[in-house]
Structures are given as structure tokens and as C-alpha cells.
Design a protein around this ligand. Structure first.
Ligand code: ADP
Ligand code: MG
Length: 385
């Protein structure tokens, strides 16, 4: 029988999380359900995770004394914020178990490192990223081949929810877009003909064993995730098999421990293209809380606590709808959303993140509609819209 080098971290010990957003909140709730205590490190004094954790350390992610407090209190630390400085994770890892580790997180933080990594393991994963080119100088723009246009110019760092991206049709567009982003290093990606988008949620333990959730089909609106449907109505079994195998190869190649989500494009000719990865639970995995045996947050707890990973099986078809701040406004008029109407639907599971200032485009919560059949879940979703 396999005995891990480091024993598991058992409840009621403390688990730490870098970042205080909704992902940290749902992580904390899952950890607390299993009897752990949770401490959050986050610069903001009022934050979704801080509202539920046993302890909030309000400090910058690079604050030395704050990191020392995490070390002193916790059995293990994870991150919910993709852009947490990798150096801080490396510093923590000198003294306590950190999952995911700095190396895995830093690859996902940088679109160049990420694309280079995907290309490097293409033979093992069987998938390639979109054709791309680094744009760091005007000379790089001059050298753009026609094959990359039309394309999307993306900042290399800190992009999310479609932010830090401009669609470009010509070299002049690229020049204007590059200037508009202040000249920071960018990546130009060829615009691909997407048939649909999917994501694969996976988790890997310290023992190297990994698990993969069912394929999620995602619809974005204005660059922000709108719905996730599982099983995906367009996903063929061949595509699902290929994407799951690719995700398993990628997570192993990274030597990763924890929950990782990989986004893929399926092109109109059926080709699978790997887009990006998130070194943490992901918005497209929220459905697992209501539709799978082990939620993505409980899975993260298990991985970081070095417990056996949980079963990824889905017990109910599900449609997850993101709730953005827009729902609080009718034109310019503020109004309370009709939650009574939403929760009256038989399979509706409402999740709100405790944010008190709704703004257009801000993620405030989500609803997962589960049903006996996908049609049943989809019907409830349509009634709620
Ligand atoms: P973010 O970090 O904002 O999620 P993504 O790279 O995932 O950045 O891009 C956001 C969305 O833009 C994708 O989900 C997809 O709909 C669209 N997109 C991104 N890259 C391409 C591409 N090369 N071709 C076509 N559509 C793309
Ligand atoms: Mg994305």
C-alpha cells in the first residue's frame, strides 16, 4: 500500500488560502464542512472569503510578517487568486505544504509561458494552442505574418474575463491596440473558427494520481462566462475522450498538485485546441457543487490536505448560470432581483457571494439548475432568464 511521504493534514487543523474572492469563500465553506478551520490572506478588509473564514489576515500577498503568520498557523496553503505572486508561494513552500506550487501557478500566470508549455507537451497531450506570436516591440508588429490576422491581441499577464484583449483585423489595428495597452508585452493569437468551447476540470494528488470531471460546455458573453452545461449538448464522445486525455497528460507534465481547469476550443472542423488553464477551482466547475459527488472545492481541500481524492462522478445533469451585477439594474434603475422566482424552480440552487455593491459585469453569484434530464435543467434555466 502506498504511504505518502507527508502525512495528511487532518481536521480541525488550519488550512490557508491566498485570496479572498468567491473562490476562496466556496473553498472555505467546503473546508469547514469537513471540519477544517480556514485562514484567508487578502489585501481587502471586506471580502467574500473573509466573511466566512475563521480568520482573515488583511495584508498584501507579499507581506513578510503576514506570510509568516500563515506558516505558523496552517498545515497547508492553497490559492484562489490566479495572480498571487509566485514568489510568495515559493516562500511559503520552504516551510509548509503549498498546493498548487509556485511553478504550476507561474506557468498559468503568463500567457507566453503557458503557450510554450502547451507546445512543449503537445506530443504527450495530443493538442496544440492557437497559432500565436509575442508582440513586445514595434518591430514585432512589422514582422507579423498575414496568417495570424485577423487575431486577438492579449496582454501576457493579468488578463481575465476577456479583459486585456482586443480583436484586430490588420497590422494597423495591432499597432493601435498595442499602444492602447500601454506597450506591455502581448501575445497575438490567430482568430480561430470556434464551434463551441469546453473546459476540463482535473485534480491531482501528491501521489501522482489524477481524476477528471465530465467535460463542461461553456458559453461566454462579452468575454465573461455566461453558462456552463454538463453534459455539453455539442460534446461528442470522441471529443470528450481526447480532452480528458489531454488534461490528464497536462496535469501530469506540470507535476501539479491540486485542482486545475483547462479551457479548450473545439473548431468547426472538429479540431481540439488548448486555450488556457487556471491553477485553481474554476467558474465553469461551480456546477460540481450541486451535480457531482465531490465538488471542485472539496477536491481542492482533499488535494492540499493530502487526503485521497474524491469521486468526480456527476449525479445530475446541470446548467450553471452566472449572476452578474447587471441583474440589479433595469436601465439605470436599481432593483432587487426576484430570487423568489428563481428558487421556486424545482432544481435551482442559488449561490450568492456576499458582495454588497452590484456593478455591471461583476460576478455576484451563480445558480445551478439540476434536473433528472438535461432538457429538464435547460427548461428551468430558460424560465429563470
Ligand atoms: P480570459 O483570460 O479573458 O478568459 P481567453 O483567452 O480565455 O481569456 O479568451 C476569452 C474568450 O475569447 C474565449 O473564451 C473565447 O471565446 C474568445 N477567444 C480567445 N482566444 C480566441 C481565439 N484565438 N480565437 C477565437 N476566439 C478566441
Ligand atoms: Mg478564458
Amino acid at each position: 500500500q502506498f504511504l505518502p511521504a507527508v502525512p495528511s493534514a487532518n481536521p480541525p487543523t488550519w488550512l490557508g488560502v491566498m485570496g479572498g474572492g468567491q473562490l476562496g469563500r466556496m473553498f472555505a465553506q467546503a473546508a469547514q464542512q469537513m471540519g477544517y478551520q480556514v485562514v484567508v490572506l487578502e489585501p481587502a478588509a471586506d471580502c467574500p472569503a473573509g466573511q466566512v473564514a475563521q480568520r482573515l489576515i488583511s495584508a498584501d500577498y507579499t507581506d513578510g510578517p503576514a506570510l509568516d503568520e500563515l506558516v505558523a498557523q496552517c498545515a497547508a496553503v492553497t490559492t484562489e487568486f490566479e495572480n498571487v505572486p509566485a514568489d510568495s508561494l515559493a516562500r511559503l513552500a520552504q516551510q509548509i505544504f503549498v498546493a498548487p506550487n509556485a511553478a504550476g501557478v507561474s506557468v498559468a500566470q503568463d500567457r507566453i509561458a503557458e503557450k510554450t508549455f502547451f507546445v512543449g507537451c503537445a506530443e504527450k497531450s495530443g493538442v496544440l494552442p492557437a497559432p500565436h506570436k509575442v508582440i513586445a516591440t514595434q518591430a514585432d508588429i512589422d514582422a507579423i505574418g498575414d496568417d495570424l490576422l485577423p487575431g486577438i491581441l492579449k496582454t501576457v499577464r493579468m488578463g481575465y474575463d476577456g479583459k486585456g484583449q482586443v480583436r484586430v483585423a490588420s497590422r494597423e489595428d495591432v499597432r493601435a491596440a498595442f499602444d492602447s495597452m500601454g506597450g506591455v508585452t502581448c501575445l497575438l493569437e490567430k482568430m480561430l473558427p470556434l464551434a463551441y468551447e469546453i473546459s476540463v476540470l482535473t485534480a491531482r494528488g501528491v501521489d501522482g494520481q489524477s481524476v477528471v470531471y465530465p467535460i463542461a460546455e461553456n458559453v461566454h458573453r462579452d468575454g465573461i462566462l455566461f453558462t456552463t452545461t454538463v453534459p455539453g449538448p455539442n460534446v461528442t464522445s470522441a471529443c470528450a475522450k481526447q480532452a480528458q486525455a489531454a488534461a490528464t497528460a497536462i496535469v501530469a507534465e506540470l507535476g501539479y498538485v491540486g485542482v486545475l481547469c483547462i479551457e479548450f476550443f473545439v473548431l468547426t472542423d472538429g479540431t481540439l485546441v488548448v486555450n488556457e488553464m487556471a491553477p485553481r477551482p474554476h467558474n465553469s466547475g461551480h456546477y460540481t457543487m450541486d451535480a457531482c459527488i465531490t465538488s471542485q472545492f472539496a477536491q481542492q481541500v482533499r488535494a492540499m490536505a493530502r487526503l485521497p481524492l474524491g469521486d468526480c462522478r456527476q449525479h445530475s445533469p446541470a446548467v450553471m448560470l452566472n449572476i452578474l451585477g447587471d441583474v440589479w439594474f433595469d436601465g439605470d434603475t436599481y432593483r432587487e432581483p426576484a430570487w423568489d422566482r428563481v428558487v421556486a424552480l424545482p432544481g435551482a440552487n442559488l449561490h450568492l457571494y456576499g458582495k454588497d455593491d452590484p456593478r455591471p459585469g461583476r460576478k455576484m453569484g451563480h445558480v445551478t439548475f439540476v434536473g433528472h434530464t438535461l432538457i429538464d435543467a435547460q427548461r428551468q434555466f430558460e424560465q429563470a432568464c
